[in-house]
Design a protein around this ligand. Structure first.
Ligand SMILES: [Zn+2]
Ligand SMILES: [Zn+2]
Length: 206
């Protein structure tokens, strides 16, 4: 996971745009200085200013919150299960973004970049599976846990999420053009290059 760059899912409460980077406190090292030069972080310096937030909006310069705050999507996930965000993090970790609503009767979230684990949430239960494009397949391949499992035996969910994440990561392939890992379905069979790069190559943009 990248330490710098736009924090996914964190929407600026002032302007409503999702384009916030972390505010780093302390002596900047070379990596942080480079990130700040590229606009991927903001350096707050060594003096801790109390009212400075942990997130800096690049659109309007508003600062608020912390990079560890739950995102709007993560709050939805916790609310659907009627548990706390901390309970969700303890069982299946942070970084969930909503990808589907009412697919096979569940609301879907994924985590990881590229997405590795998918979670489908229904009434009092959730399915954990590999993050595939087709969410109906995820439900077939995944494992179902109850809300009580999440609260009383979070280690069961953690083990399942970890297992699916590892299997998914093993299936990723390296794109030689953008030099990033992608899931196998994102290779269009075009000289081993990912679909994003093929689109860019043909000038179709994104
Ligand atoms: Zn803003
Ligand atoms: Zn690529």
């Amino acid at each position: 996971m990248d330490e710098f760059g736009v924090v996914r899912g964190q929407v600026c409460p002032q302007c409503g745009i999702e384009d916030a980077v972390p505010v780093a406190v302390g002596m900047p090292d070379a990596e942080l200085a480079r990130a700040a030069d590229r606009g991927l972080a903001v350096i707050a310096g060594c003096v801790v200013v109390d009212d400075r937030g942990g997130l800096h909006c690049r659109a309007c310069s508003h600062e608020w919150g912390s990079v560890d705050d739950p995102t709007a999507d993560e709050l939805i996930l916790a609310a659907l299960l009627a548990v706390g965000h901390d309970d969700v993090v303890q069982a299946i970790g942070p970084g969930w973004r909503q990808v589907g609503d009412d697919v096979v009767g569940l609301t879907w979230f994924v985590s990881g970049e590229p997405a590795q684990v998918a979670v489908g949430v229904g009434a009092g239960a959730l399915v954990i599976g590999p993050a595939r494009e087709d969410l109906a397949v995820v439900e077939d391949e995944g494992r179902t846990f109850s809300r009580d499992d999440l609260l009383c035996s979070p280690e069961w969910l953690a083990a399942a999420a970890d297992e699916f994440a590892r299997a998914r990561r093993r299936s990723f392939r390296w794109c030689p053009t953008c030099r990033r890992p992608h899931p196998p379905e994102e290779f269009a069979g075009y000289r081993g290059v990912c679909v994003d790069c093929v689109r860019r190559h043909h000038g179709l943009g994104r």
